[in-house]
Write a protein that binds this ligand. Structure first.
Ligand code: SF4
Length: 211
């Protein structure tokens, strides 16, 4: 199996894109809501849905709002019937911590991840996005762009946990690095490593062997 040098890939991306300072949200709870809404849709639709809240969504509002009202608000994000339920579910989970970020951060990461994954509607990518970007745990987020990048670099298709382990074995367990690495992979996938790759001037061209 090809051995990828992930630190070299990160350095090349960081040199190009710098500190991207993700996630684009004003509060940890807004990250949670965005992580659910972005399932199976693009971010511009999530922004339209978030704008309907007239400011960062409040957990107490989502806890008490009717499903019909929630559906109305999040409609631009698509799959609104199920996403409204998922928002209720993850909000009920957060309520057990009194909506207190610091209480969540006191938990053991492994136990917390298992707990979040047990919430109906929350898969691995969403759970890790919440762990990393809402609560600052060093949990690497894997998405379709990450898998595409690795496959373009010659790796065989791998499942979520294997890709995550690959990153976590090679990279320091550092929340800031995981935050920025995932963000840079997404940005680079949008600018260069698209469905039809545009390798010209890609910061990874030298590593990929495409330049
Ligand atoms: S060089 Fe091409 S294939 Fe490699 S990461 Fe960049 S865009 Fe993707």
């Amino acid at each position: 199996m090809i051995k990828l040098d992930l630190p070299a890939i990160y350095s090349a991306l960081e040199r190009r894109y710098g500190d991207l300072n993700w996630w684009p949200a004003k509060t940890p709870y807004e990250v949670i809501v965005g992580a659910v809404l972005t399932q199976n849709t693009n971010w511009s639709n999530v922004e339209l849905a978030l704008a309907n809240f007239g400011g960062p969504p409040e957990p107490a509002f989502i806890e008490t709002a009717s499903i019909e009202r929630l559906i109305e608000l999040i409609r631009p994000a698509g799959f609104f019937n199920q996403k409204a339920r998922y928002l209720k579910n993850i909000t009920a989970w957060f309520k057990a911590y009194d909506y207190d970020v610091h209480k969540v951060q006191q938990r053991d990461a492994k136990a917390l991840r298992a707990e979040i994954l047990a919430v109906h509607g929350i898969g691995r990518e969403t759970a890790d996005s919440i762990m990393l970007y809402a609560f600052g745990f060093p949990e690497f987020v894997v998405d379709a762009y990450t898998k595409r990048l690795l496959e373009r670099m010659g790796l065989e298709p791998m499942d979520y946990e294997r890709v995550k382990a690959l990153f976590q074995e090679q990279m320091p367990k550092d929340e800031r690095v995981y935050n920025n690495f995932h963000a840079a992979i997404v940005i680079n996938a949008k600018r260069h490593c698209r469905k039809k790759p545009d390798c010209r001037d890609c910061p990874l061209g030298g590593i990929c062997g495409k330049l």
